[in-house]
Structures are given as structure tokens and as C-alpha cells.
Design a protein around this ligand. Structure first.
Ligand code: NAG
Ligand code: NAG
Length: 357
């Protein structure tokens, strides 16, 4: 074999290795590097505390100490514009560091917000979290880092309780939601991955539901690679509504491909499947109405009450039976004498323990 060919072959092999390593850093929601393959390249994606999850409201634990979430500085959007960008996986908007949230065990500073959605066809799917198995049409995530324990996002994002994300389930139907117009009106300017646009600043709190006191709380992860298990999740119970045409815009305007790519690919179905809860507990800041009719105290009272009632009835029954039997025994003593010697269960019970050591 010609040594020149060998060199070429080795070079090709090496080049292929480099190619596949680079491809390994890429990820998508479906296909060859789709979500089921994430753990191969990003080991944390295969962890035991992953997000999103299905919230089973019959299994959530009511925690009365969970305070309402308090947006801090969300309405002080300053004079500069916001920036909206298409990163190929979602539409993302960085948030000023003076924004944050209170009502959690630590102070958290805002980092960015982004959205997840479906494909505009068939059943309403698109949210990452589901409640009792039901998806919403889309989901807003507002990402914060623990600024009380950590210097910055890159330090916080790998640490337990390093991040706090607010999850808002979005349903289609009804009128145009003016707050979401602030974002959706500019999607046409960032159709391709890598594009960004400056947009007028607005009150970010208007994107959240009105009721910030009713929510689910659990320990989970980033829902995209590298899936760090560092997120204290808050998923609000109240949903936000946008119009059908607003949802359609979100689902059909953006591409995950770059402008120079020969094959344009729509940015759709950018939601991760729900992950196993494993041994985690999902707390709720409220008592889900349809599920728990009694408080814990009432349930204990009912259990103890029924138990006492059963014991009481048992004691009464025992006395009645004993009295009747005593009378019968006295009355029919002579007639039943022979029978009782062989068949009376009381006699048997007396003889059995005696036979034991
Ligand atoms: C984050 O903070 C750490 C520790 O203070 C520092 O070493 C690092 O350079 C910071 N990173 C960024 C991106 O600011
Ligand atoms: C999250 O995990 C921490 C331990 O790291 C625990 O103290 C806390 O109670 C957990 N929170 C929830 C909501 O389960």
C-alpha cells in the first residue's frame, strides 16, 4: 500500500473524530442528538432530579410556610432597551441584574427569560411542566441565580439552590395579551438562529399570572443541556392566556437554523418530556380544591374517631355475647355439658395456650 494513502486514511479518520466531538456539543429536541441522547454527552441530563416533571396534585404536600412570590424591580425597566435573541433553541431576553424575586429562602437576581412551545398542529402541547398529565400550549421561564450565596450566574448554576426559575403555563384562547405582544411583535426580526433585536423595555411582571401566592415548588434541573440539578422550581397554578394568533406566531415564525444554512428548519416543539420524580416531594403553597377536602388535623380526627368507635362497638359486642352466653350456660348447663366439652371455642382457646411452652 502506498504510504501516501495511509496518511490520507489516518487524516480522514482523525477529522471524523474531531467532527463527531464537535457534533457532540450540539443538541436538539428530536433526531440523532435528541433528548433521549442528551445523557450520553451531558451526564447530568441522566440524573435523578431532572426537570420538567408532571405535577400530580393528589401527591403534592401542602406547605403553609410557602410565602407568595414577590417580583422585585420587575416594573423598573429603566431607560435602555431590552434585547431579544434567537439562540436556535428558544427566544431569549436577558434581564437587568437589579430585577429579582423575594419570598424564597434566599434573594435571587434575574438573569433571563425564555419560552417553550409546540408546533401549531393537533393537540395542545408545548409546555414543559404538566399538571395531572395535562400539557399547556406554551411555558415561560424566568431564570434567577442565588445572589445571596453566589457571586454570579456561572458560579451559581452548578450549585444546589443556585438557581430559581419561575414557570408560567400559557394557554391559547381569548383576547390578545398585550404584555406578550411586547415580545411576540418582534419575532419576525429574529427569524434565524444567531439574530438579535433591541426592543422597547416593558414591565416584565405583566408576563406573570396575577395570583403569585398559589404555586408548586420542587428541586429540579435546567430543562436543557447540561441539565444542571441546581434549580429551585416555582410553577404557578394560575395560567396566563394569549390569543390563538399569538400562539401561532410563536409556533411558526422562528427557525432553529442560521441564515446561511441551506436547509431552513422551523424552531418548534422545543419542550423536554417530563422526567421521573423519583424520591422528590412537590410542595404546594395551597390546598388543591378538588383533591383535599379535609385538613390534616381533620383527617387525624376522623381516623382516631373511627378507631375509637370501632373499639367501643367491639367492647359492647363482646359484653353482649358474654352475657348471653353466661345466661345460656347457666340455663342449659346440664343439657349441653357433653357438647361443650368438645365444641366450645372458649375451651379450645384455653387448651391451646396451655400446650405451648
Ligand atoms: C464569577 O465569580 C467567580 C468567583 O468570584 C469568578 O472567579 C469568576 O470569574 C466570575 N465569572 C464571571 C463570568 O464573572
Ligand atoms: C430541596 O433540597 C434541599 C436540600 O438540598 C431541601 O432542604 C429542601 O427542602 C428541598 N426543597 C424542596 C421544595 O423539596
Amino acid at each position: 500500500m502506498d504510504p501516501a494513502w495511509l496518511v490520507v486514511a489516518v487524516f480522514l479518520l482523525l477529522w471524523q473524530c474531531v467532527e463527531s466531538t464537535n457534533a457532540g456539543k450540539e443538541w436538539t429536541y428530536a433526531g440523532v442528538v435528541g433528548q433521549s441522547e442528551w445523557p450520553e454527552v451531558f451526564p447530568e441530563c441522566g440524573g435523578s432530579s431532572q426537570s420538567p416533571i408532571d405535577v400530580d396534585t393528589s401527591q403534592t404536600l401542602y406547605d403553609p410556610s410557602l410565602a407568595p412570590v414577590k417580583p422585585l424591580g420587575y416594573d423598573q425597566y429603566g431607560h435602555g432597551p431590552f434585547t431579544l435573541s434567537n439562540n436556535g433553541h428558544t427566544v431569549e431576553m436577558p434581564l437587568p441584574s437589579w430585577m429579582g424575586i423575594g419570598g424564597l429562602p434566599w434573594q435571587f437576581s434575574a438573569v433571563q427569560l425564555h419560552l417553550h412551545w409546540g408546533n401549531g398542529v393537533g393537540v395542545a402541547k408545548g409546555s414543559e411542566h404538566t399538571i395531572d398529565g395535562h400539557s399547556a400550549s406554551a411555558e415561560l421561564h424566568v431564570v434567577h441565580y442565588n445572589s445571596e450565596l453566589h457571586a454570579n450566574l456561572s458560579e451559581a448554576k452548578t450549585q444546589g439552590n443556585g438557581l430559581a426559575v419561575l414557570g408560567v403555563l400559557i394557554e391559547a384562547g381569548g383576547e390578545t395579551n398585550q404584555a406578550y405582544t411586547n415580545i411576540l411583535n418582534y419575532l419576525g426580526r429574529i427569524r434565524h438562529a444567531g439574530q438579535r433585536v433591541a426592543i422597547p423595555a416593558f414591565d416584565v411582571q405583566t408576563l406573570l399570572p396575577r395570583d403569585l401566592s398559589r404555586y408548586f415548588r420542587y428541586n429540579g434541573s435546567l430543562t436543557t443541556p447540561p441539565c444542571h440539578q441546581s434549580v429551585l422550581w416555582t410553577v404557578f397554578s394560575e395560567r396566563v392566556r394569549i390569543s390563538h394568533s399569538q400562539l401561532l406566531k410563536l409556533e411558526t415564525v422562528l427557525f432553529s437554523s442560521r441564515p446561511e444554512d441551506s436547509q431552513p428548519t422551523l424552531l418548534q416543539d422545543n419542550y423536554r418530556a417530563t422526567q421521573p420524580l423519583n424520591c422528590r416531594t412537590v410542595l404546594s403553597s395551597f390546598v388543591p380544591v378538588s383533591v383535599q377536602i379535609y385538613t390534616d388535623g381533620e383527617i387525624s380526627a376522623i381516623v382516631v374517631g373511627s378507631l375509637c368507635g370501632c373499639i367501643g362497638l367491639g367492647v359492647i359486642a363482646w359484653f353482649v355475647v358474654k352475657t348471653i352466653r353466661n345466661k345460656d350456660v347457666a340455663k342449659d348447663f346440664k343439657q349441653d355439658m357433653a357438647l361443650k366439652m368438645t365444641f366450645d371455642p372458649e375451651k379450645k382457646e384455653e387448651t391451646v395456650p396451655q400446650s405451648e411452652p
